[in-house]
Design a protein around this ligand. Structure first.
Ligand code: NDP
Length: 329
């Protein structure tokens, strides 16, 4: 198919990375069994890294970012994925070194495509996007480890962010008492509206010399990494678990073994990118039914391609809040 389409494309210009709308050709998309007309994408921290030229995310430019996409299958050579059906694609190499959801079309392997859960649509799926999927995986891991509301409060760090806000609402919906840890004092009201019982500042996780602190959280979802994660581990009750998925506060983790060997605390790594498609399907299915986060869905903000640049820059500065959907229409 040699049809033109629009994409928000990032180019290298004198060592700088600049994104703008371009007209491209479907024939130039990478090989793959499934061609998808993308109606919606979602904004993630990783997209901001790709758009700013981070070579750990995207090696070659020009490049179309967008690690999430949802839309209609227009061509498929796979028996599993029907033409005309709606699909969700998140993670794997999408938007990293494969043209991503910031373009109106993507071509990907069939093994990357999750059929849209019945009763759901592309925009709703992209309100959650990779961030929501990751929040769901973090909560699922806590549940698998036996987390229950009666054990006590669950902390969520980076609570106003895309992953954190979904984790707050989902945990509250499942009956947990949520303590939201946030650097944005002006988000106290919105975090409480999502279901947080208490909102505390990031100073709850500033560096302390002691290797263990008073255990106050039964479990936790950490989306920031670095020093705050190390401090969180010191405050988890015996037998509790911390799902760890992010690094906005840094990739280093300086801790002692004491939370692990004296309190039996579990540190659970969460990856949403390279996991089996079935694990993604399980979480999408839950969000489309029992785990629906109605407040997150109602408060999502839609933007067009022209607003991508500013929105991605806000991500890099840690100023982003809530969920942002890219609408290609
Ligand atoms: P956001 O930028 O939306 O949210 C991150 C939040 O962390 C911010 O809103 C802010 O919340 C807080 N924060 C920002 N900077 C700092 C800092 N220096 N120290 C402490 N807290 C900070 O990002 P996402 O929610 O989309 O992603 C969160 C992390 O999860 C990222 O590192 C991302 O790469 C990672 N991620 C990992 C995935 C995986 O598969 N493992 C998938 C998706 C994301 P507040 O102001 O409320 O404190």
């Amino acid at each position: 198919m040699n049809t033109e389409y629009k994409a928000w494309r990032v180019e290298e210009q004198d060592g700088d990375y600049v994104g703008s709308e371009k007209t491209l050709n479907i024939g130039d998309l990478p090989e793959g069994e499934v061609l998808i007309r993308v109606s919606h994408s979602s904004l993630n921290y990783k997209d901001a890294l790709s758009a700013s030229g981070n070579k750990g995310v995207t090696r070659n430019f020009p490049h179309t970012p967008g690690i999430d996409a949802a839309g209609e299958v227009v061509e498929s050579s796979s028996a599993e994925i029907a033409e005309g059906s709606q699909v969700i694609v998140t993670g794997y190499d999408l938007g990293m070194n494969t043209s991503g959801g910031f373009g109106e079309y993507i071509r990907v392997p069939a093994g990357w495509c999750v059929p849209m859960p019945s009763g759901w649509d592309a925009r709703t799926a992209m309100i959650y996007g990779t961030a929501g999927l990751t929040a769901g995986l973090c909560v699922q891991k806590l549940l698998t480890m036996g987390a229950q509301p009666e054990q006590g409060a669950v902390a969520v760090s980076g609570a106003s962010g895309a992953v954190g806000s979904v984790a707050v609402e989902l945990l509250a919906r499942l009956g947990f008492e949520v303590v939201a840890i946030s650097g944005k004092a002006d988000h106290e009201k919105s975090l409480k509206a999502l279901g947080a019982k208490e909102v505390v500042g990031r100073d709850a996780l500033t560096q302390e010399k002691k290797p263990l602190l008073k255990p106050v959280f039964a479990n936790a979802v950490d989306t920031v990494g670095g020093t705050p994660l190390a401090e969180l581990l010191k405050q988890v009750k015996p037998g509790g678990s911390v799902s760890c998925c992010g690094l906005v506060a840094g990739p280093q983790l300086e801790t002692t073994v004491l939370p692990f060997i004296l309190r039996g605390v579990n540190l659970l790594g969460v990856d949403s990118v390279e996991i089996p498609l079935q694990d993604k399907k399980t979480i999408w299915q839950k969000f489309s039914s029992d785990w629906a986060c109605s407040k997150t869905e109602a408060s999502a903000r839609d933007i067009g391609r022209a607003e991508l640049d500013a929105a991605l820059k806000a991500f890099l500065k840690g100023e982003s809040a809530g969920k942002i959907v890219l609408d290609h229409s």
